[in-house]
Ligand binder design. Structure first.
Ligand code: KIV
Length: 272
């Protein structure tokens, strides 16, 4: 285990440099201190405080109800556990869509009030002015194109994006424009693997895929999905590395049974 002084903190230039070095970028989400600390100790490159917390932590149907207050709170508690990874905070719905001024004020809160080093913004060409202004203000931006969960009502479901030539050209163009605007990386969500390969080859910044196949410069998943804690449904692109949801239910059930049968607490769990 590296000592405190040996831990290297990941920076935005470190992530950008991966485009050249070819070393894949690893990223996962975290929403609380303990999960963030466990994740950080594994040497993950990026920890995203995703607005997916609305679904996996708060029990909302979509990410739309998530507020700036919730995001700032969760980013602050996550940052307590992060010593190594680049910490990125997700801009929630309506925190950057209304005006560029509001986007700067809200994004700035993450850097001022938490230890986030960058923000993530969903959307293509429409948000180029927002990305430019944030970057010019010293706020690094991770773009996010393809399936945009904040636009779920527009799609009518979590559907594959960029399937036909027109849609795939729009996404390619969006990727270039966001990179030109100064985004330091791009999340590509639920698009065909071949399109992700083309975008990855076309932009000078790293792409980080989720449901976008193996050709991206890195990969991200929602931690609760890959751990099997959030097991309501399993998208095809999620690989389950554990079945913690099942384990937790079994442990809760065993605890109840042990109390009812008098098996808990035992003598060595009691005081004389
Ligand atoms: O909110 C989120 O967790 C995301 C991902 C890219 C996983 O946006």
């Amino acid at each position: 285990m590296p000592t405190e002084s040996e831990i290297k903190k990941m920076t935005v230039p470190d992530i950008l440099a991966r485009k050249k070095s070819g070393k894949k970028i690893t990223a996962l989400t975290a929403y609380d201190y303990l999960m963030a600390e466990m994740l950080d100790e594994t040497g993950i490159d990026i920890i995203l405080v995703g607005d997916s917390l609305g679904m996996v932590v708060s029990g909302y149907e979509t990410t739309l109800p998530v507020t700036m207050e919730e995001m700032v709170y969760h980013t602050r508690i996550v940052s307590k556990g992060v010593k190594h990874a680049l910490l990125v905070a997700d801009m929630p719905f309506l925190s950057y869509q209304v005006s560029v001024e509001q986007a700067v004020a809200n994004a700035g809160r993450f850097l001022k009030e938490t230890a986030a080093q960058a923000v993530k913004v969903e959307g293509g060409r429409t948000f180029v002015p927002v990305v430019e202004k944030l970057v010019a203000s010293g706020i690094p931006v991770m773009g996010h194109i393809g399936l945009l969960p904040q636009s779920i009502h527009k799609y009518g479901g979590y559907k594959l994006q960029g399937k036909d030539p027109r849609a795939s050209n729009i996404l390619k163009d969006d990727a270039r424009r966001l990179a030109d605007a100064g985004a330091f990386s791009l999340v590509l969500e639920k698009i065909p693997a071949e399109l992700a390969r083309e975008i990855t080859a076309a932009v000078p910044v790293p792409t980080i895929g989720i449901g976008a196949g193996p050709h991206c410069d890195g990969q991200i998943l929602v931690s609760h999905d890959m751990l099997g804690i959030y097991d309501k449904f399993k998208p095809r692109f999620v690989r389950r590395y554990a079945e913690l949801g099942k384990e937790m239910r079994m442990a809760f059930k065993k605890y109840i049974d042990d109390i009812q049968s008098g098996n808990f607490p035992a003598e060595d769990e009691s005081f004389s």
